[in-house]
Ligand binder design. Structure first.
Ligand code: PEP
Length: 253
């Protein structure tokens, strides 16, 4: 059985009290509820890590993650946060290669390999993002594009390392736009990703990897998307900032 995961990416949102209120609401809503086999990851901005970690303590399936980490271990890199720091603040996951990082901060496939290496070496599970822009989808070359992102960044890792990585397929044209991929589009891409991983690492390893869908996932479409065979959960942006919506998405499994 693959791990079902719903991860919330708060992006650059929430002042101090807002982050604590959001976390407390989520904790209160899910601590006793039945979809307990769904792993939930909160990925707040760095400044919230300590407080969120304290608030989620005691709810086993709630985990903490970063939204990014440095490709360097430590040292004179002003403004950067290392994977080991995230781990020391209680994080067990980190988002790597979100399309906003690739687009606005020029993160390349090579850099993302180094960040993934840092995450793995410090005991964090990378949530590795991939996904095509609209023009690639319209040209019909989206599968080749996404496979190349994965090959370029991940295919030098060992099988044991790969099994610790969570993949998030996020078509860029669906992020924050209100335009979701159809459940069939998501399934087709997730199956293609799994086949691609199997081609390099074998079926058994590929079948263990959780592949999340991200892109305008909301309470009203999550159930349909999560019903697909190769969709193992979601990476949620906007809807993760509203406790009711986020919890409704978790309960869509
Ligand atoms: C994201 O940025 O990871 C994301 C999926 O955003 P949204 O849900 O807002 O489309």
């Amino acid at each position: 059985m693959r791990k079902k995961i719903v991860a919330g990416n708060w992006k650059m949102n929430c002042l101090q009290e807002e982050g604590q209120k959001l976390t407390s609401e989520i904790v209160n809503m899910i601590k006793d509820e039945p979809t307990a086999d769904v792993t939930v990851v909160l990925n707040p901005p760095y400044v919230h890590l300590h407080a969120v970690n304290k608030l989620i303590a005691g709810v086993d399936r709630l985990h903490l993650g970063g939204q990014n980490c440095s490709d360097q271990a430590s040292g004179a890199y002003t403004g950067e946060i290392s994977a080991s720091m995230l781990a020391s603040f209680g994080a067990s996951y980190v988002i790597i290669g979100h399309s906003e990082r690739r687009q606005y901060f020029n993160e390349t496939n090579e850099l993302l390999t180094a960040k993934t290496r840092q995450a793995l070496d410090n005991g964090l599970q990378p949530i590795f993002c991939c996904g095509e822009p609209l023009e690639i989808r319209e040209a019909g070359t989206h599968e080749a594009y996404v496979k190349e992102q994965l090959t370029a960044s991940l295919f030098n890792f060992s099988e044991e390392e790969l099994k610790k990585i969570v993949i998030a397929y996020e078509p860029i044209w669906a992020i924050g736009t209100g335009k979701t991929a159809s459940s069939d589009q998501a399934q087709d891409m997730h199956a293609a990703i799994r086949k691609h991983l199997a081609g390099k690492y074998g079926d058994a390893a590929a079948n263990e990897i959780s592949i999340l869908y991200g892109g305008s996932c909301k309470p009203d479409n999550a159930k349909e998307i999560f019903s697909k065979t190769d969709v193992d959960g979601g990476l949620i942006g906007g809807a993760s900032l509203k406790s009711r919506d986020f919890v409704a998405i978790i309960q869509s499994f």
